[in-house]
Ligand binder design. Structure first.
Ligand SMILES: Cc1cc2nc3c(=O)[nH]c(=O)nc-3n(C[C@H](O)[C@H](O)[C@H](O)COP(=O)(O)O)c2cc1C
Length: 224
């Protein structure tokens, strides 16, 4: 698959089919993804891949823990800046509204919206759940490196005919994830990711997110 095709066909998938993804495919994706560049070649990423019963048990534990904390505990880092300014605030609002529209959930139906949020913690039924961590000593540059690793995973998934959804909502459950996977305190959970076969019939997967035009984010100069 051409890289441009992988990029164009990648989108966040929020309904997966139960078809399993073989361990060898997960290993192949992660091995190739580690060709991502990183400043000083630190390769600061770490990933925990959960398949089969190991994935199901984490989902079960979090489902149980939701009785105490229906919306999760709290993340270890600020997922968004406080008081998000424009244009980011509107972008965030618009994708949320577009997603609930695709799901057929009306604006005021808070219980249906909350029910959808809990789907994040089921990996949207994907058979593989990934957890990405980074050492606490790492700085902004290494978080960017981690992002490139994540993007590689998402694009390599496309090359296998698979889809993904990065899931920051998992940061809300960092204690549960840490305990379950025996993640050392020196590591921080960045996000989870669902990996599997898209349910093409699911209306939510028809959503195509907007992008700002080139002039809005790029400055290109040729002449003095
Ligand atoms: C690091 C990261 C975390 C994300 N976390 C979530 C999440 O918790 N739940 C969710 O539904 N989508 C999540 N997304 C998906 C974004 O909403 C999505 O990438 C964005 O709206 C653009 O849409 P696209 O991925 O379909 O192009 C996340 C994306 C990234 C990169």
């Amino acid at each position: 698959m051409h890289v441009a095709e992988a990029i164009a066909s990648r989108k966040s998938i929020r309904a997966f089919k139960p078809d399993p993804v073989p361990r060898v495919v997960v290993e192949d994706i992660l091995t190739r993804a580690a060709r991502a560049p990183s400043g000083g070649n630190l390769q600061p990423w770490r990933v925990y891949a959960l398949l089969g019963a190991a994935r199901d048990e984490l989902v079960r534990r979090v489902t149980e823990a939701r009785r105490q904390h229906p919306m999760g505990e709290s993340p270890e880092y600020l997922v968004y800046p406080p008081n998000l300014a424009e244009p980011w605030r509107t972008r965030r609002f618009r994708i949320g509204e577009a997603m609930y529209e695709a799901l057929g959930i009306p604006r005021g139906d808070m219980s249906a919206r909350l029910a959808h949020i809990t789907r994040n913690w089921q990996f949207f039924d994907a058979p593989v759940g990934l957890m990405f961590t980074i050492d606490r000593c790492m700085q902004q540059g290494q978080w960017a490196d981690l992002g490139m690793f994540l993007q590689n995973v998402m694009l390599l998934a496309r090359a296998h005919g698979l889809h993904t959804c990065a899931i920051e909502a998992w940061a809300m459950w960092h204690r549960q994830v840490r305990e379950y996977l025996s993640i050392p305190d020196s590591e921080m959970l960045f996000c989870g990711m669902a990996l599997g076969h898209a349910d093409e019939a699911a209306p939510v997967n028809a959503l195509v997110s907007e992008r700002a035009p080139l002039e809005e984010f790029a400055v290109i100069r040729e002449s003095l």
